[in-house]
Design a binder for this molecule. Structure first.
Ligand SMILES: [Zn+2]
Length: 569
């Protein structure tokens, strides 16, 4: 027998012990959907809680908006037009595939960013055929990944299941800005479901059609990109894989957040600050540091709204580096689009510390002089000029200085026909469209990769070495044997721990050795055993999952001791 396949072992453990499995099992399953069992759902909530706490520590506000969204929102956001994958169909068996994947697999080349036409050409040129039946493939076309739905009984309004939670935040910007009292920067986050109708999802939990995201949108003034708390994180070492290193096969670099900004790998301290925040959150969840890296997306990989994105990838033995978090610089893309589509004012008024004095040109027609020449058009042309912006007025003055004359609306006018003045104006602030930085966590992928990175296979046991506070069952209380008075004492201890806030179970079935293995397997960090010494001196043993060592503790000190061991409090 070869080395056991970690992936298969983990899949079996996840199904058997109630973590997660493919949905709709009894009806043959449905690709791209996963159910979380009792233990899995508990871990998932703990991951969400850690991310929520991380966002809250930054002072971000939480928001909850609908999954179903009217079409207009995604026309504005660009998803209707651009959230597409290239699709190809087998003319013989009708199977459909991601065209880029088919070409990648057949030719071993990188197809990122290739157009549908280019992919079609390659398929024809190399006679690439259906991987299922060898049949001829169709031309490549674009398939929109959003799930469509109809809103209302007459289906007169088209809607989509949201492909990201972010848009719910952007469309609420006016209210959120008022809530933030018009003061940048501020962050808003949402944890919820998102949906992508993937063409042929494989890779289990790594590519789901319905998944959970935790996205924060941080709105900031593009002129103020120094993070006020950067000093707190500047020495954190980040493992980066920048674009240049990817293109030149230079490998990854390890660099402090401060140097990453100084050497130009990362845009500014604002961006770097949140990279550190994401890394620390993943560590807090229990992802090992060696399994975390930041990879800068190549220009052709980036989503349509982003001008720079770093993916935070977690390493998988089976799948290699897997994108789990994206930190995207979205600029003013979304707010500007929604402003244009909806007509709503999504700007923020930035007050200057002190009013600014600016010099402005004031240009008007010398009515006495032009009146006879322009007649009834004089007033209209004068108003037209009043509406011009500074740049256009400067240009007018430049032309008059150079040529002595200018033609407006068919009338030739001379320098003397204008009254040109320069005036000083006091300005107290300006309206800007804020820029957005978005740390966006997937939840399902980190969930799977947390389990994979925690799985330990030893000679006599296989177990999840989960970070202790992430365990779905935090403590198991076991009578050494299922006899009185041990049973009653153990049950009382169990109830005490439950009431103290622990996720605890009571278990008296099988030998104590088998029970230890049972709880090790699901990652329970401590088993508390009531043995024959307990009735004599009110002590129990605490057994450590990782070292298998035991210590004796007084029952009354148990909750405090466990809190310290599990949560480090
Ligand atoms: Zn086929």
């Amino acid at each position: 027998m070869g080395k056991p396949d970690k992936y298969e072992i983990l899949q079996d453990l996840m199904r058997r012990r109630g973590f997660a499995w493919g949905s709709f099992e009894i009806y043959g399953g449905a690709r791209g959907f996963y159910d979380y069992g009792p233990l899995g759902a508990t871990i998932k909530r703990k991951i969400e809680r850690k991310i929520r706490e991380a966002f809250q520590r930054e002072g971000f506000f939480e928001l909850e908006t609908p999954d179903i969204t009217p079409e207009k929102v995604f026309i504005a956001s660009g998803h209707v037009e651009k959230f597409v994958d290239p699709l190809v169909e087998c003319k013989k068996c009708g199977a459909r595939f991601r065209a880029d994947h088919i070409v990648e697999e057949a030719l071993g080349i990188d197809t990122e960013g290739m157009s549908a036409e280019h992919l079609t050409e390659l398929i024809r040129e190399h006679d690439i055929r259906c991987p299922e039946c060898g049949g001829e493939l169709s031309d490549v076309w674009y398939f929109n990944l959003m799930f469509e739905t109809k809103i209302g009984p007459y289906g007169d309004q088209k809607g989509y299941l949201r492909p990201e939670t972010a848009q719910g935040i952007f469309v609420n910007f006016r209210r959120l800005n008022a809530f933030a009292r018009n003061k940048l920067p501020f962050g808003v986050f949402q944890i919820g479901k998102a949906y992508r109708n993937e063409i042929s999802p494989r890779q289990g939990m790594l590519r789901l059609r319905e998944f959970t995201q935790a996205e924060a949108e941080i709105f900031f003034n593009p002129k103020e990109t120094e993070h006020p708390h950067f000093d707190e994180v500047k020495d954190e070492v980040l493992r980066l894989y920048p674009i240049e290193n990817q293109l030149k096969n230079l490998g990854m670099i390890e660099i402090t957040a401060e140097d990453a900004v100084k050497k130009g790998y990362v845009l500014n301290t604002f961006f770097a600050y949140y990279m550190v925040m994401v890394k620390r959150t993943l560590l807090d969840i229990g992802i090992p540091e060696k399994a975390i890296r930041f990879r800068q997306q190549l220009p052709e990989e980036r989503a349509h709204y982003s001008s720079d994105t770093w993916d935070v990838e977690i390493h998988s033995e089976r799948f290699g580096w897997v994108e789990c978090v994206g930190i995207a610089y979205r600029g003013d893309y979304d707010l500007s689009k929604h402003m244009k589509m909806s007509g709503a004012d999504l700007t923020v008024l930035i007050h200057y510390d002190e009013p600014k004095i600016v010099r402005r040109l004031k240009v008007s027609l010398n009515m006495k002089k032009v009146g006879p020449k322009l007649k009834k058009d004089a007033k209209r042309i004068n108003e037209l000029i009043q509406g011009w912006d500074e740049e256009k007025l400067r240009n007018l003055v430049d032309v008059l200085e150079r040529d002595g004359r200018i033609t407006i609306e068919g009338y030739e006018l001379e320098k003397d026909d204008f009254i040109i003045r320069e005036v000083e104006e006091k300005i107290t602030g300006e309206k800007i469209v804020p820029h957005v930085l978005e740390p966006s966590f997937g939840i399902d992928r980190p969930f799977y990769l947390l389990l994979e990175n925690s799985l330990v296979i030893e000679e006599d046991r296989t177990y999840l070495r989960l970070k202790k506070d992430m365990a779905p069952i935090e403590v198991a209380v076991l009578p050494l044997v299922a006899k009185e008075p041990l049973k009653s004492i153990a049950y009382d201890v169990f109830r005490t721990l439950q009431k103290a806030g622990f996720i605890a179970v009571y278990d008296e079935k099988d030998t104590v050795g088998r029970r230890y293995m049972r709880y090790d397997e699901i990652g329970t960090p401590y088993c508390v055993t009531v043995d024959n010494q307990t009735p004599e001196d009110n002590t129990v043993t605490i057994r450590d999952r990782d070292t298998r060592e035991q210590m004796r503790v007084k029952i009354e000190e148990l909750p405090e001791k466990l809190r310290e061991l599990i949560f480090g409090e």
